[in-house]
Ligand binder design. Structure first.
Ligand SMILES: [Zn+2]
Length: 374
C-alpha cells in the first residue's frame, strides 16, 4: 500500500481576499455558477458581482436550499448544465462547499471554495459528506481531485459567530488523534493510501497550533479582532486539519460523531462540537495517559467545546439510546474500524458514558474563558 498525500491546488488566506474571487476564478473558466445562501448573497453578493465584473469571467447566483443531499446536488447540477456554466464557486459554510464540490464533480467543472466561516475542515478536501433530506448522515462521496482554489477571507471569517470558529477548533482537535490511530493501524485514509510523514507532521502541527493559539484566538474573536492568533487558528481549522484528516485518516472521533447524528436532540449542535465529544470518546477507547486526556479536556472547557452529553443536548441518555448511537458509529462503512484494535458497539457505548462522566468532572475542575459560545 502506497503513502498518498493530496491537497487543494491553491490555498489563499488573508484579509479582503474575497474581493479577488473573480480574478482567481477567471483563470479556470469563463462562466461561474456561484452557490450561496440567501443571507450570504445579501452580505457578499455585491462584492462578488463587482469582482467578476472586473475579471474576464461572468457569474450567475444560485441559492442553496440548506441541505447537502442527493436531491439538491442533482438540482444544482442541472442548473449548471442548463446555464452553460464551466466553473462552480461555493460561498458560505460546510454544506455549501460539499454541495459545490459534488455538483462540480457531476458537471465536470473546476471548483472554487470561498468559506465565510472556519467551522469545519471541509473546504480543502476531495470529499463531500452527503446527508438525507432531513439531515441524517448518509455517506462520504470521494472525488478524483481536491478543490482548485480555496479562498479564506479572514476579515469576513473573524466577524462570523465565535461559536462557529470554536466548532472548527473541535473538528480540528480530532485530526491528530485520528491520524495517529490510522498510522498505528495502517488504515487506508480518505486519500486512498497509508498515512505518510508529511500528513502526520501537518496533523501534529494542527494540534499544537490549537493548544497554543486557541484560547488567545477565542478572546480576540469575541472582540471581532483578526489577530495573528486568529490567522493561525483559521489556518489550523481549515488547511492543517483539512490535509491532516484527508491524507492522515479518519478514525473514532468522526465515526462517533456520525453515530450522534441519529439523535434528533443533537441536530442543533455543529459538526465540530459533536466531533469534539467524539474525540474525547476516542481518547477513552484508547485509554490515553491521564495527563494527555486532561490537557484536552482543559482546552475544550476553556474554549467552550462540549465535554458532556448534556451539553450536546442529550438530557436523557438511556443505555438503549446510546447503544443505538454506538451501533451507528460501528457501521461497516464507517471509520471506527480504522482504530488499531477491535471496536464493538458495547465498547463504544461504555466509552461514551465514561467520556461523559470525565467531562462532567472537567466542568467542575476547569473554567471557560471569555463569553458563552452556546
Ligand atoms: Zn470533520
Amino acid at each position: 500500500m502506497a503513502r498518498i498525500f493530496i491537497s487543494p491546488n491553491r490555498y489563499i488566506q488573508g484579509a479582503g481576499e474575497m474581493k479577488k474571487v473573480g480574478e482567481y476564478t477567471a483563470n479556470l473558466g469563463s462562466k461561474a455558477l456561484v452557490l450561496v445562501s440567501q443571507g450570504g448573497k445579501k452580505r457578499s453578493g455585491a462584492e462578488i458581482e463587482a469582482s467578476f465584473k472586473a475579471s474576464k469571467a461572468s457569474c450567475q447566483f444560485e441559492i442553496f436550499n440548506g441541505e447537502c443531499s442527493r436531491k439538491e446536488i442533482d438540482r444544482i447540477a442541472a442548473v449548471v448544465k442548463g446555464a452553460g456554466c464551466d466553473i462552480v464557486v461555493g460561498v458560505g459554510g460546510g454544506k455549501i462547499f460539499d454541495t459545490a464540490k459534488s455538483v462540480a464533480n457531476q458537471a465536470g467543472t473546476p471548483v472554487v471554495i470561498c468559506p465565510t466561516i472556519a467551522a469545519t475542515d471541509a473546504p480543502c478536501s476531495a470529499l463531500s459528506v452527503i446527508y438525507t433530506d432531513d439531515g441524517k448522515f448518509e455517506e462520504y462521496e470521494f472525488f478524483k481531485a481536491n478543490p482548485n482554489v480555496v479562498i479564506m477571507d479572514t476579515d469576513i471569517i473573524s466577524k462570523s459567530p465565535v461559536r462557529l470558529t470554536v466548532s472548527g477548533i473541535g473538528d480540528a482537535l480530532a485530526t491528530y488523534f485520528e491520524a495517529r490511530a490510522c498510522m498505528r493501524s495502517g488504515a487506508v485514509t480518505c486519500a486512498g493510501g497509508k498515512t505518510g510523514g508529511a500528513a502526520m507532521a501537518v496533523a501534529k502541527l494542527c494540534f499544537d497550533t490549537l493548544m497554543a493559539e486557541g484560547v488567545k484566538a477565542k478572546l480576540a474573536l469575541e472582540a471581532h479582532a483578526c489577530t495573528e492568533a486568529v490567522e493561525k487558528i483559521i489556518e489550523a481549522n481549515t488547511l492543517l486539519s483539512g490535509i491532516g484528516f484527508e491524507s492522515g485518516g479518519l478514525a473514532g472521533a468522526h465515526a462517533i460523531h456520525n453515530g450522534f447524528t441519529i439523535l434528533p436532540e443533537c441536530h442543533h449542535m455543529y459538526h465540530g462540537e459533536k466531533v469534539a465529544f467524539g474525540t474525547l470518546t476516542q481518547l477513552v477507547l484508547e485509554d490515553i495517559p491521564q495527563e494527555e486526556l486532561q490537557a484536552v479536556l482543559r482546552f475544550c472547557v476553556a474554549v467552550g467545546l462540549p465535554v458532556t452529553m448534556k451539553q450536546l443536548g442529550i438530557e436523557d441518555p438511556t443505555p438503549e439510546k446510546i447503544m443505538s448511537v454506538a451501533k451507528a458509529a460501528c457501521a461497516p462503512n464507517d471509520t471506527l474500524h480504522n482504530m488499531p484494535f477491535e471496536v464493538t458497539p458495547e465498547k463504544v457505548s461504555a466509552a461514551i458514558f465514561a467520556a461523559d462522566a470525565i467531562g462532567r468532572q472537567a466542568l467542575k475542575d476547569y473554567k471557560p474563558v471569555g463569553g458563552e459560545t452556546r
